[in-house]
Write a protein that binds this ligand. Structure first.
Ligand SMILES: NC(=O)c1ccc[n+]([C@@H]2O[C@H](COP(=O)([O-])OP(=O)(O)OC[C@H]3O[C@@H](n4cnc5c(N)ncnc54)[C@H](O)[C@@H]3O)[C@@H](O)[C@H]2O)c1
Length: 335
């Protein structure tokens, strides 16, 4: 298949593109190489992809309609859409970046898909859309109406924009609600990278909400496996539907659904820190501070829909995943 991956120089897009190439697909990558974090890391990831036959890469912003149109051309069999302004905390100080990349950018892509629909579009959303929900685990059929940051609001808006286009133009779309993804080639703005850098550098780390936090961490290879298995499980059109799955979030009026991808295992922040200490062999100096604005104390995915659709649930143990990250980090940073 010929597949478009947006955000192909990003953490998740890079891994997905690499796996699609391993599976024999032709991959067209698009990335704006934004300066949100170290561009060299993005260039390195893309450099690896560019060495692979079957990959072609383009530097372009989603907001640049003409460039996007040139790359999209007559369309693709499938689209994985990861390009976005990510990050919860950054959205407090730089809200406009989320409007530009996530709203305008995703709209531009949807417009192209309207005229040349792929057989399936898989678009990154986030566990952050569950916002202030107190009921755990978070289930796709729960209401998610109280976002706590503009990042979450922009991703929820993406889900709804995609639903409207899916309904109007019969585009099969799966919205992927991703839960704290980690692993080799990970993002420097996320806790694992920041904590590793601090531990190796002998610097203290900030422990938010005095450690009373937990996250449902998803190892990158598990995420990629799940997203690959979903490729051929596009939401069916209303006219060709079989009996519904009990767990389904399928729209009654569009070939559109939401799927959680998480490990279904929340890990306490201090256990996460302990796993990093073991993997690095260094002791963390913890600076206990209050919860950050816009943060949530717990994320916890109900993955029964993912499992019903794909027969797969993430299985990598946190300590194994952290070990793999630290091995990569040492190599990449020369530590
Ligand atoms: N990593 C996680 O834990 C996580 C969790 C939930 C959701 N997500 C979502 O998954 C997707 C991928 O996340 P990631 O961790 O790989 O982030 P990332 O920042 O590493 O990757 C995003 C890529 O998109 C590119 N990009 C940003 N804005 C762009 C624009 N306007 N036009 C073109 N390219 C642009 C960036 O240069 C970057 O390479 C994002 O949509 C993110 O919101 C990630």
């Amino acid at each position: 298949m010929r597949i478009l991956v947006t955000g192909s120089a990003g953490f998740i897009g890079f891994h997905m593109a690499r796996r699609l190439l391993d599976e024999g697909h032709e991959v067209v990558g698009l990335d704006g190489f934004t300066p949100y974090y170290d561009r060299n890391l993005k260039l390195c990831r893309h450099g690896i992809l560019l060495q692979r036959p079957g990959f072609s890469g383009h530097e372009a912003m989603l907001e640049d309609c003409a460039a996007l149109q040139r790359i999209y051309g007559a369309g693709f069999h499938a689209v994985y859409h990861f390009a976005a302004q990510a990050g919860v905390r950054y959205s407090l100080d730089n809200p406009r970046a989320y409007l530009d990349a996530n709203l305008t950018g995703t709209f531009n892509l949807l417009e192209l898909m309207r005229h040349a629909p792929p057989a399936h579009a898989l678009m990154a959303s986030t566990s952050s859309v569950y916002g202030a929900n107190a009921k755990v685990p978070f289930c796709e059929r729960d209401r998610a109406d109280h976002p706590l940051t503009l990042y979450a609001a922009s991703k929820k808006a993406n889900e709804e924009m995609a639903h409207a286009y899916s309904h109007l133009f019969k585009i099969p779309i799966t919205m992927l609600r991703l839960f704290t993804v980690y692993g080799p080639w990970g993002r420097p703005d996320m806790a694992l990278f920041k904590f590793a850098a601090a531990l190796f550098g002998g610097r203290p780390i900030d422990i938010y909400n005095h450690g009373k936090m937990s996250r449902d961490f998803t190892y990158i290879d598990d995420l990629v496996e799940a997203m690959l298995r979903l490729l051929n499980r596009g939401p069916p059109l209303a006219e060709v539907r079989g009996p519904p799955l009990a767990e389904d979030s399928l729209s009654p009026v569009a070939p559109w659904r939401v799927v959680n991808i998480g490990a279904e295992t929340p890990v306490a922040l201090m256990d996460f820190v302990a796993a990093i200490e073991v993997a690095t062999g260094a002791r963390a100096k913890c600076n206990f501070v209050d919860m950050q604005q816009g943060d949530v104390p717990v994320t916890f995915a109900d993955t029964s829909l993912l499992s019903a659709l794909t027969g797969f649930t993430p299985k990598t143990q946190l300590k194994e995943g952290v070990k793999a990250f630290i091995a990569w980090y040492r190599d990449y940073c020369g530590t």
